[in-house]
Design a protein around this ligand. Structure first.
Ligand code: G3P
Ligand code: MG
Length: 251
């Protein structure tokens, strides 16, 4: 089964940032502990200042690394990821903030090797990097890793920066894509999604209601909702026809 076929089903669980309730988010440890406890995994991907695709959620390093404890970096506030080279990012610890255990940087390349070896599906959320890189550069640098590992059937791209999505589809037409939204639905939603050539729609839980979910499903889009940590709400969403939820808590 490829990733697209998975979304013929409902009741799917996506491990949000790995399994961030039991491991430091967006690390290899988080991916490892979620194997066998989800239908797919989700990670956030951005670029170092020298263009290496790495796995990290926040735009800044303070919350999920030890950057603020390192003397050498004390003048680098607010610690924007996009201001740090790959070598500098590799020198940080991504686990101690969570449970005191050191964890190295996870690169997109390592994450792809992991999903290839374990045959698991991965949603690559491409963070909005338009302030530092052109849309074409971002898509090129992220997609070339997927092509190098030859894992097109195991990945899905999503982004809040919708400009990336048609570029992804243009370069890798068989890879599924989804538009992410947070506060409001775009105007003329179905037409808009068709214009982006996406396969799915990822919305914030607060936006999800029966009417919008049914319209989207009828129009042929898969629908996933984030971040849902309440099992009763998850059940309600699945009954509306939602395909999957992103959750921090896995069973
Ligand atoms: O991709 C779903 C979800 O991860 C979007 O929100 O901020 O957790 O990346 P965020
Ligand atoms: Mg995300």
């Amino acid at each position: 089964m490829n990733f697209a076929e998975l979304f013929n089903r409902t009741g799917l669980i996506g491990a949000h940032r790995g399994a961030r309730s039991i491991a430091p988010e967006n690390t290899l440890r988080a991916l490892k502990v979620s194997v066998g406890h989800c239908d797919f995994m989700e990670v956030d991907v951005q670029l170092s200042s020298d263009g290496v695709a790495i796995v990290m959620h926040d735009d800044t390093l303070e919350r999920t690394t030890n950057v603020s404890e390192i003397e050498e970096y004390k003048n680098r506030k607010p610690y924007n990821v996009s201001d740090f080279t790959f070598e500098e990012l590799s020198s940080l610890d991504y686990g101690s903030w969570f449970d005191g255990k050191i964890e190295p940087l996870l690169t997109l390349s390592e994450a792809l090797q992991f999903i290839k070896e374990n045959r698991v599906f991965l949603n690559i959320e491409i963070k909005d990097m338009h302030k530092s890189f052109s849309d074409e550069q971002v898509v090129l640098l992220v997609l070339k890793e997927v092509e190098e590992w030859n894992v097109e059937e195991l990945v899905m791209f999503s982004s809040f920066r919708h400009e990336y999505l048609p570029l992804c589809k243009e370069r890798l037409p068989d890879v599924i894509t989804a538009a992410l939204v947070e506060d409001t639905h775009p105007n003329n939603l179905m037409e808009y999604l068709k214009s982006l050539h996406v396969d799915g729609y990822h919305m914030n839980d607060e936006l999800a209601d029966k009417e919008s979910v049914q319209k989207l499903r009828l129009a042929g889009f898969f629908v996933n909702v984030y971040t849902v940590n309440d099992p009763f709400r998850a059940q309600e969403l699945f009954e509306m026809g939602v395909n999957g939820i992103f959750s921090d808590f896995l069973t």
